[in-house]
Design a protein around this ligand. Structure first.
Ligand code: FE2
Length: 203
């Protein structure tokens, strides 16, 4: 299976279409980032409260590494929506985002450990690891804590989470961090070459 399979008409993509339309409205009318995060969390919570809208091609795990599939990018790159698909045992390196982000778990669970830069420049854990179960939403960003490590919260199967970022996240130049705080530049890109068609209203 791969992300280039034709998307069948069996999936109702209206929930994702409605989500991105409402999110664009939210960004149009918001003056402050905290408004986007507060109302955006509620919108993402509604989207992940149901699990019947994500085309299967964008929920396929890869045994080699976690997958980041682009589901939608705003035409002005003000926000992007991605599905993160985790196989058992898969995790990100410690990394930052440079833009705000919302993390919502659709299936399974996600383990999140936050980090902060200490006075000596090292990267140290900030608080305890959190297990985000399906239906839960968390925010990250330069103003509220931007460095974390994320992993599949399930030992025995895949997990899928839906993330929203304040930019075209696959194109943002950001960093991973070694334990001594040394940053390493990265641009994540996306695993898929085609996007889900959320604009067909013929059904
Ligand atoms: Fe992240």
């Amino acid at each position: 299976m791969n992300a280039y399979r034709p998307i069948t008409a069996a999936i109702d993509t209206a929930p994702l279409r409605d989500f991105v339309t409402r999110f664009a409205d939210l960004i149009d009318r918001s003056r402050h980032q905290h408004e986007i995060l507060a109302t955006g969390s509620a919108l993402l919570g509604q989207l992940i409260a149901r699990d019947d809208w994500l085309p299967e091609a964008f929920a396929v795990p890869n045994p080699e590494r976690y997958q980041q599939y682009l589901l939608h990018c705003d035409s002005r790159e003000r926000f992007s929506v991605v599905s993160f698909v985790w196989g058992p045992g898969q995790a990100t390196p410690v990394h930052d985002h440079r833009v705000w982000g919302l993390v919502g778990v659709l299936r399974g669970a996600e383990r999140v450990q936050r980090y902060r830069r200490s006075e000596d420049g090292t990267i140290v854990a900030a608080g305890d690891e959190v297990l985000l179960e399906a239906g839960k939403v968390e925010a990250v960003g330069p103003d509220i804590g931007d460095i974390h490590r994320v992993a599949n919260g399930r030992e025995d199967g895949p997990s899928v989470s839906i993330h929203v970022y304040g930019g075209n996240i696959g194109a943002v130049e950001r960093a991973t961090y070694a334990a001594d705080g040394t940053p390493k530049r990265f641009i994540s890109g996306y695993a898929n070459g085609v996007l889900p068609n959320i604009w067909d209203r013929s059904e």
